[in-house]
Each structure stands twice: as structure tokens, then as C-alpha cells.
Design a protein around this ligand. Structure first.
Ligand SMILES: *[C@@H]1O[C@H](CO)[C@@H](O)[C@H](O)[C@H]1NC(C)=O
Ligand SMILES: CC(=O)N[C@H]1CO[C@H](CO)[C@@H](O)[C@@H]1O
Length: 384
């Protein structure tokens, strides 16, 4: 077989794996104000209540509320962190992670990824209840903070143990001493090549802690594959983090006799993104998509996965993947107990503005605020 033919066949197989197998949810006819299919607890259902569009940008990956409960705030594809000003019914600019913002805004979200290394790409955001500062995990700028009035954020960590942060992704804050637990999803690739991180079986990622008093970063775990969302448990005795490419949630003990040890808390049917504590107990885990059968097979055997990846034109893969992710599937999130049992599931296959590729579920006063890495809006579900 000629190498060209082999290459063509390989590309076909992989595109089939990534594209066709993942389009197993044919879009349903659109309905307005429809309810999520899966009943929530007590026979009630989550219903899509509010959709807040974002003009000219997309990808509100993480959502947060400030000390007064105002917001949501979110980081978007052009590098801005914006705040929803409820009384004016509009988004206002709150903060940025880069000083030179020439050419960052406008042009449309499909071009933003070309500039995100300059404009910044704020992913995880979280307010400190101690100081009112907003802490930001920016994929390109590292860990930053900005005061309650917003403006240009200040980097507080760009390296750990001499290795630069390459794809800072998510964080949680100890609300007593303001120390930060955060993830860097790989030491090799940029965020816009995230599919590469998954398919190459990369294991250069780290879970870290930023100490407020010493201003030092400690590496808690290294050699991880695509750690993503991170959240402290209610009593702070452990934290959980998502290992996206392995479709699982890991538990890392911080206290008790198990301190410093790691265990698998849950295996999931899709790629987990951010994790947030629910005020009703446990954690909301948002999922990027259900993992297609062939894709998960490839990921469970990193060798064939890796050699296929080496043969492929990366730009073609990314293009195919981004086209597909626009049409694919339904939003999916799971609430896990602190012991890893599934308590509740949110899967919306029917709403007109379906929250596809959910990246975060932030529960506030009984409502679920949803972030997404693809959608040009923030959504909110309420239980009826
Ligand atoms: C959070 O900070 C408090 C106060 O310093 C400390 O007692 C506690 O152990 C910290 N918890 C974690 C999980 O770091
Ligand atoms: C088993 C393995 O890959 N260990 C590596 C973990 O990361 C450290 C530092 O980043 C390397 O020195 C080890 O070789």
C-alpha cells in the first residue's frame, strides 16, 4: 500500500472516529421553552430559563458571582472578562489579562483563537470571599488576580518549579486563607491545540497550590494527563479534579491519614471540564461531550492513538473537530456526591438554545448557571 493511500485511509478512520461516531445525537426539532429530558430529583425537571447572548464573542467557559452576589462574570474568546449588569440588562467590560489589546475585539469569535496568545484566554475564574479579588486561570497568561473594581489583572504565577505554565485551566480558592489550587493542563501545547493534548496522550500536566502568604507555588502532582476542573471538598479534607482525556474524576487527599494520596472518584461517559461544589452537597461536573466509542478506544490504547496522530495533518483535524462540535450532541452535566455516586443529571437535548459542550455548572440559589467553550451565550436552568 502506498504511503499516500495509507495516510488517506488513516485520516478517514480518524475523522470517522471523531466526527461520525460523535454525531450520534441527531439534532431534534427545535422547541421553545422546552424542558430537559432527564428528570431531576423528586420528579422535578430543570428548565432552560434564561439565555444571555454575548455579542461578537463566544466561549464563556467559567461563570462566577462577586461578594454581593452580582453577575455572572465570565471570560470570553476575545480575552475579556465581562460582567452581566442585571439592572442595565447588558454586559459591561470588567477585566483583561493582557495590556496590549489591539485587534483583540471584533472580527468574530472564529478568529479569536489566532490571537489568544496575545489577547489572553481567561478560563477558570473565582472570587475570593476574603478580599473580593477575582482570581483568573488564563490559558496563556498563567494565574492572575484583579481587584473588585476590575481593570488589568496582575500575574501572580507564570512558572512552577522552573517550568512555565503553558495551559492554565481551572482553580478553586480556600475561602479561609485565600490559597489557590489550580491546574496546568499540559507543559507542551497551547490551549488552541487542546485536541492534540488529548490524542497524543500527553502526560506533562500539573496540579498546583499557590500560597497566599509566601506567594510561592507548590506542585502537588505532576505527570498528569489533561487535568482540568478542580474543586475543594466542603470540609477541605480533599480536592477533586477532572482528568479530561481519561474521562474520570480523581480525588486527592489534603488532610487525614490519606493526605498526599490519589484515588479515582468516578468514571464518566464523557469528557469532564470544570467542577464546582453544589450548595446542596457534592459537585457539579460539566461535560464537553459524550466520548465516542472509537475515540475512547483510541484513548485507552495510547500507542495506536499516538501513531495515528503523528500521521495526521493537525490543522485538518482541528477544523473537522470544530465544525462537528458546533452541531454535536446535547449539554451534559452530572452532580456527584463526595463519594462519587451520581446524584443528578442535567442533559438538555431539546431546548432551542441547547447548552452544548457545557464547561461549567455554577449553582446559585437553586439555579444552575452554565458556561460553555463553544456557545455565544450564558444559560441558566431553573427547577420546576
Ligand atoms: C484553608 O485555610 C485554613 C486557614 O489557614 C486552613 O486551616 C485549612 O487547612 C485550609 N484548607 C485547605 C484545604 O487548604
Ligand atoms: C514517570 C514519569 O514520567 N516521571 C516524570 C514525572 O515528572 C518529573 C518532573 O516533571 C520527571 O522528572 C519524571 O521523569
Amino acid at each position: 500500500m502506498s504511503s499516500k493511500l495509507f495516510l488517506a485511509l488513516t485520516i478517514t478512520v480518524v475523522l470517522y472516529a471523531v466526527v461520525v461516531v460523535n454525531i450520534n445525537h441527531i439534532p431534534l426539532p427545535l422547541q421553545k421553552h422546552s424542558v430537559a429530558e432527564k428528570p431531576a430529583i423528586d420528579g422535578k425537571r430543570w428548565q432552560l430559563e434564561v439565555v444571555i447572548p454575548i455579542a461578537g464573542a463566544a466561549g464563556p467557559e467559567s461563570v462566577a458571582f462577586d461578594q454581593l452576589g452580582d453577575g455572572p462574570y465570565t471570560g470570553i474568546s476575545d480575552g475579556r472578562i465581562i460582567k452581566w449588569q442585571e439592572n442595565e440588562r447588558r454586559w459591561i467590560n470588567f477585566a483583561t489579562t493582557s495590556l496590549n489589546r489591539e485587534g483583540c475585539e471584533g472580527e468574530g469569535e472564529e478568529y479569536h483563537h489566532l490571537k489568544e496568545h496575545m489577547c489572553g484566554r481567561p478560563l477558570g475564574i473565582c472570587f475570593s470571599e476574603v478580599s473580593g479579588h477575582l482570581y483568573i486561570a488564563d490559558a496563556y497568561m498563567g494565574l492572575l488576580k484583579v481587584g473588585p473594581q476590575g481593570g488589568l489583572a496582575t500575574p501572580i504565577a507564570t512558572h512552577a518549579q522552573g517550568t512555565p505554565l503553558k495551559f492554565t485551566n481551572s482553580l478553586d480558592i480556600n475561602q479561609s486563607d485565600e490559597s489557590i489550587y489550580f491546574t496546568d493542563s499540559t507543559s507542551l501545547y497551547q490551549r488552541r491545540n487542546y485536541l492534540w493534548v488529548i490524542l497524543s496522550g500527553d502526560k506533562t500536566a500539573r496540579l498546583m497550590k499557590y500560597e497566599q502568604e509566601s506567594k510561592q507555588v507548590t506542585v502537588l502532582l505532576n505527570n498528569l494527563s489533561f487535568p482540568n476542573g478542580v474543586a475543594l471538598s466542603k470540609d477541605g479534607s480533599f480536592l477533586v479534579f477532572a482528568e479530561t482525556s481519561k474521562c474520570r474524576i480523581q480525588r486527592y487527599w489534603l488532610k487525614t491519614s490519606k493526605a498526599g494520596t490519589l484515588e479515582t472518584l468516578a468514571k464518566l461517559p464523557g469528557f469532564p471540564d470544570n467542577i464546582k461544589r453544589s450548595p446542596r452537597g457534592g459537585f457539579w461536573v460539566a461535560m464537553h461531550s459524550r466520548s465516542g466509542k472509537i475515540l475512547s478506544w483510541m484513548l485507552s490504547y495510547p500507542q495506536p492513538g499516538k501513531s495515528l496522530v503523528r500521521l495526521l495533518r493537525f490543522d485538518i483535524m482541528m477544523k473537522a473537530y470544530s465544525v462537528v462540535s458546533k452541531y454535536r450532541g446535547s449539554g451534559l452535566a452530572i452532580r456527584l456526591s463526595e463519594d462519587g455516586e451520581i446524584l443528578e443529571m442535567l442533559e438538555d437535548k431539546v431546548s432551542e438554545y441547547r447548552m452544548k459542550s457545557m464547561s461549567e455548572v455554577q449553582e446559585k440559589e437553586g439555579d444552575l448557571w452554565i458556561g460553555s467553550i463553544d456557545m455565544p451565550f450564558v444559560g441558566m436552568y431553573r427547577m420546576y
